[in-house]
Design a protein around this ligand. Sequence first.
Ligand code: TYM
Length: 341
Amino acid sequence: MMAAMKRVFSGIQPSGEIHIGNYLGAIKNWIALGERLGKEAFFSIVDYHAITQSYDPSSLKKRTFEAALANIAAGLDPEKVTLFVQSQVPEHTELAWVFTTQTPVGDLTRMTQYKDKARRQAFVGAGLLMYPVLQAADILLYKADTVPVGEDQLQHIELTREIARRFNARFGETFPEPQAYINKDAPRVPGIDGAAKMSKSVGNTIGTLEAPDSIWEKLRTAPTDPARVRRSDPGEPTRCLIWRYHTYFSDPDLVQNVVEPECRRAGIGCVECKRLLFDAMMRELEPIQTRADHLRRHPEVVMDALEDGRKRASEVAKPVMEEVREKVGLLRPGDAALSSR
Ligand code: TYM
């Protein structure tokens, strides 16, 4: 699959702070694939997805800007990749409409994320149901073959493949069937509550741009191996959230030679272990936060990058959408066959 990789697409919702689940599960892979594919790597701040659930219109612009800023600060280089805002390329919603007409409602009502989100809110807009159709349009508009995401998106990518297959069967070969690309080391980062997946909607996140003392406070009070009640009780690292986080941030030598054996023989206490984790985490997050501070003082850098991204994305999106209009049989201005009177 790696060899066939020609074009990558992925997206992130501007619906809250960018957290370490996003960073480890998706953004790190975006950066790596961006290094390989340059402008053929498309990353979008998907604001039309963010408005499918209740949101505050007065802060959406700011959150969209902040999401772009957080990605650039994390290491996504907009001079190399194509970074843009979804709503600035209107072909996304246009293609989504065409796909909507070709997608059985039953395929959408069985989506796990739809069921979860619908259960949690009083008003369920049709946009929430159509959400994965728009996601399919995002990906297929660029004929992307690879989609770097966390494990929670697998069902949506499978649906995207079905949508591509159905479209191709009915209207002729047009779209590739894209593959998900998962970070094997962090497919599903657990939240700081130790119970659910880290998620903005659950509120169990650690933000990549969060203040160090706030991060420490979350780590300090986070659950560890429940069997370790007293300092002298031996622990089992693999049952511990803090150990899992160590595997993401700490030097593997430290994990293997200190964290694991010292936890098992009660050589270190949980607070000490959390201190080691905090130090490793901040070593990775501090440069990101410094870059973010710099970008906040130079917002034009972010806005210019998004404008470049919009132009590049449009260059690819426009001809694909034109191909789709033609294939589904829409009358085009000046169509030759029909304009002869
Ligand atoms: P979103 O905004 O929820 O998350 C952005 C990316 O972060 C990944 N992720 C995680 N990975 C590991 N562990 C976690 N706890 C965790 N939480 C989030 C997500 O899997 C995702 O890759 N529907 C998408 C946005 C989207 C999209 C697309 C993605 C819209 N169009 C087209 C790919 C292609 C979403 O809600 O991501």
